[in-house]
Ligand binder design. Structure first.
Ligand code: CMP
Length: 138
């Protein structure tokens, strides 16, 4: 069993895509074991994406991520990290496979609707960033 963090980004929430994203998640067999909506401050967005702080898109990305509410979830299942990454599709929606969330809904390399952890180490950091143990159902 593996866990991964999912975020429905501000573009996904404002475009009323929460239901559509969750429907795809549930259909994939992944189990939602924690979920909440929150609106990050700039400092919280910068802390979350600290790994990208040297990238040219860091300021724009963190601006975007604190521009409105997001839905954060913990997903659980066998190979949850790669299953969810396959379901999201490539970061650049133009390269994303047919049927993926980003192919269907993303409009921009930055406004790409969803985020997912890319490794067990980042999943552990990202889940701990948003949830304490009482907020994750067993
Ligand atoms: P995410 O999976 O959340 O991880 C980092 C985010 O940075 C990514 O999705 C995009 O939203 C954003 N991102 C990645 N590459 C670029 C880029 N070249 N230009 C702008 N934003 C990017």
């Amino acid at each position: 069993m593996q866990r991964t963090l999912s975020i429905i980004k501000p573009d996904g929430v404002s475009r009323k895509l929460i239901g559509k994203v969750i429907k795809k998640l549930e259909k994939s067999g992944l189990k939602i074991i924690a979920m909440k909506m929150l609106h990050m401050t700039r400092a919280q967005a910068e802390g979350f994406y600290a790994v990208h702080k040297e990238r040219p898109f860091f300021a724009s990305l963190t601006d975007f991520m604190c521009s409105g509410p997001v839905v954060v979830m913990v997903l659980e299942g066998e190979n949850a990290i790669s299953i969810y990454r396959d379901l999201m599709g490539a970061t650049n929606f133009k390269n994303a496979a047919e049927g993926t969330i980003r192919r269907e809904y993303a409009t921009d390399i930055e406004k790409n609707v969803v985020h997912g952890s890319d490794s067990p180490e980042s999943a552990a950091f990202e889940i701990g960033y948003f949830f304490n143990s009482f907020e994750i159902v067993k």
